[in-house]
Design a binder for this molecule. Structure first.
Ligand SMILES: Cc1cc2nc3c(=O)[nH]c(=O)nc-3n(C[C@H](O)[C@H](O)[C@H](O)COP(=O)(O)OP(=O)(O)OC[C@H]3O[C@@H](n4cnc5c(N)ncnc54)[C@H](O)[C@@H]3O)c2cc1C
Length: 398
């Protein structure tokens, strides 16, 4: 029986799985170092303490079982690919043979080397662990102020480095949460300051979206430091290129990504941030049976323009890669990828969001409802598969 391996059970990998699982008489293994799919796009809700952590993850073992008896989830880290032998070597030495493989191992936060001290002084938010730690840290600070009036009077600053989509969402959501918390409890902890620093706010987005986001952030009391890079950081202080300094107690960095280490180690052509260059069918350049999807791939639209790394492009590329794997295994023609963004939804401190769908833009509460609906539409089928898989697994153990 032919064997398909998927590395990475997240937006891209799970979309690929959905397509490949439709093919009869194959075996599928999903390998991920974590036993859950972290819903990164809802990380802002987790960090701001708005939802319990289990709402932002879906268990991969149950989820995979829900797709069929021929789908197995394996927990572990991929370490090395040997495409000439169709073999994947895991970190624990386990070797997995495959006929076709989809690599959807995503990306990690990139801390630019030239920014001295940044890696040591700040946290990324791309993993569930980092988002969870940040949530705990934020809540602990609020709690300290609740218990102790001396602490309550102390100023506390959070610095969010990077004013792109994730930085803006996190800064806005923490500020909105804090305002709600503060007002509802009438606590004397009004001295929490949230700074957002980056060269440009929501670079590349429509000017009216940028303007509305800026107004919203200012309304929430987020202090904006735009127009300069962070030059260096030391414990509790960031120095901007324009000479400004920002004191902080906790720093989050969202200023860039690079391919996950396993992706960057693959023996194929890469771009400057380690993503794998792919052909029109989403195979690694020069390979017949290695497909790359999501943030791991250097995705381009039909005009060769780079597609930003988003959950949306990860899902679209995962679907295309999955369909092409299915085509390859059933001797049907493959389809050229046509990855494009249909728009973006930006959470700006509930209940406010902006949806920019190109043809139209929505602001405020209707956009917030729209964003929540998009999240639900993504999650519900996965929760259904996970539930089905869980019942199956429970029955096996009875
Ligand atoms: C705070 C935040 C907010 C965001 N908001 C939005 C948004 O509103 N809309 C949007 O479209 N995008 C958003 N994004 C971007 C989006 O989350 C990513 O583009 C998306 O997660 C990429 O999906 P992926 O499947 O390619 O990779 P990932 O989601 O990064 O998943 C990679 C998977 O591979 C696994 N893995 C990695 N290395 C290995 C290994 N060696 N072995 C085994 N497994 C491995 C990981 O455990 C993980 O499960 C946001 C990102 C952040 C951080």
């Amino acid at each position: 029986m032919r064997h398909v391996v998927i590395v990475g059970g997240s937006y891209a990998g799970l979309r690929a799985l959905k397509e490949i699982a439709k093919i009869p008489n194959i075996r599928i293994t999903v390998l991920d170092r974590h036993p859950y799919h972290f819903l990164q796009t809802e990380g802002y809700d987790l960090i701001a303490g708005k939802v319990p952590f289990d709402q932002t993850i879906i268990g991969l073992r149950s989820l995979c079982a829900g797709f069929g008896n021929n789908v197995t989830y394996l927990q572990g880290g991929a370490e090395r690919l040997e495409p000439e032998h169709n073999r994947l070597v895991c970190e624990d030495g386990h070797v997995i043979g495959y006929d076709t493989i989809v690599i959807a191992a995503g990306a990690v936060t990139r801390f630019p080397e030239k920014v001295e001290g940044l890696r040591q002084c700040s946290y990324g938010v791309k993993s569930f662990r980092a988002a969870f730690l940040l949530k705990q840290f934020f809540e602990a600070e609020l709690y300290k102020r609740l218990e102790n009036s001396k602490d309550a009077k102390e100023r506390y600053s959070i610095l969010v480095g990077g004013a792109g989509l994730s930085g803006v969402e996190i800064a806005a959501e923490m500020a909105a949460f804090f305002i709600r918390y503060y007002r509802s409890n009438a606590l004397s902890c009004g001295r929490l300051r949230i700074h957002l620093a980056g060269t440009k706010l929501l670079e590349g987005m429509h000017p009216s979206v940028i303007e509305a986001a800026k107004r919203r952030l200012e309304y929430l009391g987020v202090e904006l430091h735009l127009g300069a890079h962070i030059a260096r950081t030391e414990e509790k202080r960031a120095f901007l290129e324009n000479g400004e300094t920002i004191d902080f107690d906790f720093m989050i960095f969202t200023g860039g990504i690079m391919a996950a280490p396993f992706v960057a180690s693959l023996p194929f052509a890469h771009n400057g941030i380690g993503q794998v260059e792919v052909d029109e069918y989403l195979r690694a350049q020069g390979s017949e049976n290695v497909f790359i999807a999501g943030d791991a791939a250097d995705l381009r639209d039909r005009n060769g323009k780079r597609v930003p790394p988003t959950a949306q492009s990860a899902e679209a590329s995962g679907t295309t890669a999955g369909r092409n794997v299915a085509a390859l295994l059933t001797n049907r023609p493959m389809h050229k990828a046509d990855i494009k963004l249909r728009g973006l939804a930006i959470a700006l401190g509930s209940p406010y969001a902006i949806i920019d769908a190109g043809a139209f833009r929505l602001y405020g509460y209707p956009a917030y409802l729209g964003k929540k609906a998009i999240e639900k539409i993504y999650k519900l089928p996965l929760r259904y598969y996970a539930k089905r898989g869980f019942s199956k697994l429970a029955e096996c153990h009875r």
